[in-house]
Design a protein around this ligand. Structure first.
Ligand code: NOJ
Ligand code: NOJ
Length: 452
């Protein structure tokens, strides 16, 4: 080999080996995101009822050690199945997936457990996990109620009898949705572990999903002929809503992820957490704490700022675009929270895709108003947003969304594999392989992109 070529190939190996081996520069961006969509859905389906498990079992990841994720987590499963029911277009297939899920979850609901419906995960033999763990995790039953409510609503006009079985007024509660709503409506004020299973206290994400489940729960209770329960759920929902203001810090101009901490890990001194962005999807646009609430937006940009500095891979944002000009600049890789030490504290696929979805949702909301651009009231927000958004209109939000999506795909494997995390220095997949939630978050972002 002539020396120059050899030198160049060694050089390019050196440059790209620590970034990503799998980037295929011959594929344009639109094709790449579509291809990743197909991969994501195919891998996701492989994680549902895999060999050796019962129908409806959603394995968090097929990884059985370092970390062992071969469990059905109530939170992951509910989020994944809710994306699946929005995504799967074939009604027969969709119903089958959801029926299996409801059946397995109603058996989990009735199992012997340490913390009632707050129990976080189940084994492939159908039993609850009894080892030491952060429990209860009370976002789980709220998310499960939401997924089941969406399924019940979709069944209502087609199969009234089946829909009615999902919520029955009888007490003590003995139907899938009502079991969770009773638990949420009586337990929400108690401290629990956060969605990352680390901190015990009162959490923004958990409160928002509890609020949402009680709101949708009140509607279904009313429609399904249980007016007293509807009133009770609505009252609890309002109580939660009144307390949400406690998460806002006027001094720091950000939403806090946890207040009133009573246990668990104590590193998170910034109180910043990407789960706040995920939570904002459970509010309607224009409602408080929604993705277009200025307080949430401020928190969003602060998170971007912090992760931009924290992860070395964020330094080179032009790497894909240099190789293929149809690619956007790569957005900032996003992790759970800046002080995270789990697997060394790395960026997560699911959160980077969630940040893309946040942008697409904002673009979508702007397209629906006559106003077309946002006028931020807060001067801090005006300033910080200028760093990432050219204009405050839908095309700018879409562009920013594409940047996050590009970042997520850029670090996926050659055949679209997404693990839980990717290395903040090398960009390679890390921790649990084929994480179901990574694929679901990607599909959910794509669903919103398609509305634009
Ligand atoms: C396992 C949990 O799933 C993860 O979220 C957490 O960071 C680690 N345990 C360390 O506490
Ligand atoms: C760790 C994450 O922190 C938690 O949110 C998730 O439920 C489990 N992994 C399983 O994916």
């Amino acid at each position: 080999m002539p020396f120059v070529i050899k030198f160049l190939s060694v050089l390019s190996f050196f440059i790209f080996s620590h970034l990503s081996f799998s980037f295929d520069q011959s594929v344009d961006f639109e094709t790449a995101i579509k291809r990743q969509e197909n991969y994501s859905y195919a891998y996701l389906k492989k994680n549902i009822s895999p060999p050796g498990t019962q129908p409806g079992f959603v394995v968090a990841s097929p990884s059985t050690r370092d970390p062992d994720y071969f469990f059905h987590w109530v939170r992951d499963a509910a989020l994944v199945m809710d994306v699946l029911q929005a995504y799967e277009k074939n009604q027969i297939k969709r119903d089958q997936y959801l029926q299996n899920y409801v059946k397995l979850e109603s058996s989990h609901q009735k199992k012997n457990k340490l913390t009632d419906q707050g129990e976080p995960k189940f084994l492939k033999n159908g039993e609850a996990f009894f080892g030491p763990w952060g429990r209860p995790q009370n976002d789980g039953p709220a998310l499960r109620a939401l997924t089941n409510i969406h399924f019940a609503k979709s069944l209502y006009d087609r199969n009234r009898a089946a829909a009615e079985q999902l919520y029955r007024p009888e007490l003590p509660a003995n139907s899938p949705i009502k079991i969770d709503l009773e638990y949420v409506s009586h337990q929400w004020a108690n401290p629990d572990f956060d969605l990352w299973e680390e901190v015990k206290g009162t959490h923004f994400f958990t409160r928002i999903v509890q609020l949402k489940s009680l709101k949708e729960g009140a509607m279904i209770a009313k429609k399904w002929g249980d007016p007293e329960a509807a009133k009770w759920y609505a009252t609890q929902q309002n109580k939660i809503l009144e307390q949400m203001i406690q998460f806002w810090s006027e001094d720091q101009k950000q939403v806090f992820s946890t207040i009133k901490q009573v246990g668990g890990r104590t590193e998170k001194v910034s109180h910043l957490d990407a789960s706040i962005i995920l939570a904002s999807f459970f509010r309607e646009p224009k409602e408080s704490w929604s993705f277009n609430d200025e307080r949430i937006m401020l928190t969003f940009f602060k998170l971007i700022d912090v992760f931009k500095k924290l992860y070395p891979i964020n330094k080179d944002s032009l790497v894909a675009q240099k190789l293929n000009p149809t690619w956007p600049e790569l957005g900032v890789a996003i992790g759970r929270y800046p002080e995270d030490v789990y697997f060394g504290g790395q960026p997560w696929y699911l959160l980077t895709s969630t940040f893309a979805e946040f942008c697409y949702r904002n673009a979508n909301a702007l397209n629906k108003t006559s106003q077309r651009t946002i006028n931020f009231k807060d001067s801090n927000l005006k300033l910080i947003s200028q760093k990432y958004l050219k204009d405050l209109n839908a095309p700018s939000w879409k562009k920013l969304g594409d940047e996050f999506l590009a970042r997520s795909i850029f670090h996926a494997g050659a055949a679209g594999e997404m693990a839980e995390q990717f290395d903040k220095e090398s960009g390679s997949p890390l921790s649990a392989v084929h994480l179901s939630w990574s694929y679901a978050a990607y599909l959910s972002a794509m669903n919103w992109r398609k509305k634009l």
